[in-house]
Design a protein around this ligand. Structure first.
Ligand code: ZN
Ligand code: ZN
Ligand code: ZN
Length: 379
């Protein structure tokens, strides 16, 4: 294997459609064989380029194993992925690995014969819902997890419920730690030091905040506010810090009109369609403290008409930058319009490309105004 990512003379990425076609045709075994051959090419390239391997190939193998009810094989391929990706494993696949391991654990429980948890009398057939043991007459609690039936005493059931809730909270923190680049083991070590997973996560966030740029800091503040919501604590401070980071990317005058997007809850969507940037800077617009789906994840959207004004500022201030923008966007540089134009409050939001009233245009070549043109060129 040369490390150029080829399998049978073609780069592994060009085999994706072949894999999909095999799977669509129900040829799971063939698909699996092909995927396993591709993994060698994937890993050889990943090693050479010092980049984490793309998770898709492993994920497909994991799905095939899961469909064939083979959790051991599923765990195997996901562990292979984690070994290859090292610290940069995809959090989704790490979570999938945890769930697959849980399936392996419960499968071993299922292999044991069903007995009463009190008197150990064999129960055949095993009860499917909670009822009294026919032998000792004590109530047995039946719990189903991952397709496996467990027979428990009432206090075991309570303990299980509690530990499952704790596990769920731990997994939420772990997933966030994964997003920040910490592996499962690293996070476990941090929890051992800090006692609580929430404290470990908080510490990790603070450490990462020091080493991150604005975009990543915004992501970290989002993780912090999600975590605070889960803990039933005040999430506003973290969410506000996230908005401040976002404002740092937007280099526009205070009276520029921007839109608010993100949360569609009743409270958040009551914000006017266009808001002056300075109002957001003063902290009075977002995050919405009464968001019905906290933490409020509303973000700032710079609509095309405001971007036009921004280009105008670019044009006036930095002719070199204009040349750069033209190189990046080709001929699509938007034509700035006069600043005396209406503010945009009465115009549709970005994304609604056609600014007409919906009636078909008789003449497709009808000249469009600068506003229409810029909306059409806009995102
Ligand atoms: Zn019994
Ligand atoms: Zn909101
Ligand atoms: Zn909301």
């Amino acid at each position: 294997m040369s490390g150029n990512g080829d399998y049978r003379g073609r780069h592994y990425t060009t085999w994706v459609d072949d894999v999909k076609a095999l799977r669509r045709a129900g040829d799971e075994d063939e698909a699996e064989q092909l995927l396993l051959s591709l993994l060698d090419a994937v890993e050889a390239e990943s090693k050479k380029e010092r980049l984490p391997p793309p998770g898709w190939y492993y994920q497909q193998l994991a799905i095939i194993a899961a469909k064939q009810k083979d959790p051991d094989r599923e765990v195997g391929v996901l562990e292979r992925y984690v070994a290859a990706a090292k610290k940069r494993a995809d959090p989704d696949l790490l979570e999938r690995l945890r769930k697959a391991r849980a399936k392996v654990d419960s499968a071993s429980v299922a292999a044991e014969p069903a007995v009463c948890p009190y008197c150990e009398e064999p129960l055949s057939p095993p009860p499917t819902r909670s009822r009294k043991c026919p032998a000792c007459r004590v109530p047995i609690v039946v719990r189903k997890r991952a397709g496996v039936t467990q027979l428990l005493t009432t206090s075991e059931a309570e303990d299980l419920e509690q530990s499952e809730q704790q596990q769920k909270a731990y997994n939420a923190s772990l997933r966030r730690a994964n997003e920040l680049g910490a592996s499962d083991d690293e996070f476990a070590r941090m929890v051992a030091t800090h006692g609580r997973h929430g404290d470990a996560l908080w510490e990790l966030c603070n450490r990462e905040l020091l080493n991150s740029d604005g975009y990543r800091r915004k992501m970290i503040y989002r993780i912090q506010s999600d975590h605070m919501v889960d803990e039933g604590r005040d999430w506003m401070t973290s969410a506000q810090l996230g908005v401040q980071e976002e404002l740092g990317f937007i280099d526009l005058p205070g009276d520029s009109l921007v839109a608010i997007g993100g949360c569609r809850c009743e409270v958040c969507s009551a914000t006017p369609e266009r808001v002056q940037l300075q109002e957001i800077r003063s902290g009075n617009v977002i995050p919405h403290p009464d968001c019905q789906n906290p933490p409020c994840k509303c973000w700032i959207h710079v609509p095309p008409e405001t971007r036009d004004v921004a280009n105008l500022a670019f044009d006036a201030g930095a002719p070199k930058r204009k040349g750069l923008l033209r190189r990046i966007f080709g001929g699509q540089l938007k034509r700035p319009w006069s600043t005396s134009r209406p503010t945009g409050l009465e115009r549709p939001l970005a994304g609604q490309r056609d600014v007409h009233d919906g009636a078909p245009r008789p003449n497709g070549n009808a000249r469009r105004s600068g506003v229409q043109r810029s909306l059409m060129l806009g995102t």
